[in-house]
Design a protein around this ligand. Sequence first.
Ligand code: GUN
Length: 298
Amino acid sequence: MTARLLDGKVMARLIRDEVATEATELLARGVKPGLAVVLLGEDPASQVYVRSKGNACQEAGMHSETIRLPAETTEAELLAVIDRLNADPQIHGMLVQLPLPRAINSDAVLRRIDPAKDVDGFHPVNVGKLVIGDPTAFKPATPYGVQEMLIRSGIDTKGMHAVIVGRSNIVGRPMANLLIQDGPGGNATVTVCHSRSRDLPSITRLADLLIVAIGRPNFVTADMVKPGAVVIDVGINRVDDAAAPKGYRIVGDVEFGPVSEVASAITPVPGGVGQMTIALLLKNTLQAARQASGGAAG
Ligand code: GUN
């Protein structure tokens, strides 16, 4: 079997165009959605993500602010920046790019963001709302992107056994919560695996839908996949490659070639889930602007 390719580029383009149209409508009612992105330090991957977020925002006709701070910024200084953004009426959504330098308590930082502006959906208020299925929750952009990809590809998750590899607060846990909700892209039976799971391949082989987010290059091999499964690769790993122009190339958590011979559908890396994340972040910013101006969720 050769798997169908789930093209994140095409789907993300569609969503970004939809968001731009809705942002124009909101602007006509006097509201320009605004997103602030805060970056500490010089991590090369984070710099690329943050630049892409800012550019995508402007392309969608939204107000965008990128606040770059030195790696030595103290926690108190960062909290003061968040307080300022919390109070800024031009900013409807904000995020602090992770990971943060070790000297900073990430939990304290995420809790300082006004839940109404927390477009990453990492504040405990939004985590709780997501768990109970409150539609005003901000869904974390990466798992939200995976769910949208499945819906828009016509893959019905109802009754599927979804196995998630990875239990991070950014992907694995919110992914599980989205997939067990009642509604489109939900109604799945969910298993969450992690580094302490015993005999992982015996679990992943049960998956109708296998979602991998553990940050280890080519971790999932063809023998770990049930024939006909849908495989979603959330990994973005840099591996050294002397032959590549930059000296490295990007690979996922799934060994793409062999697994695509077993799966019925698969996401490529790059060009898969990564493309969706920014599109859904924009959608969340739109949702934040709507909710702040008294409109409905969504
Ligand atoms: N680092 C990796 N993914 C994310 C994300 O979705 N949001 C933030 N803020 N940082 C990240």
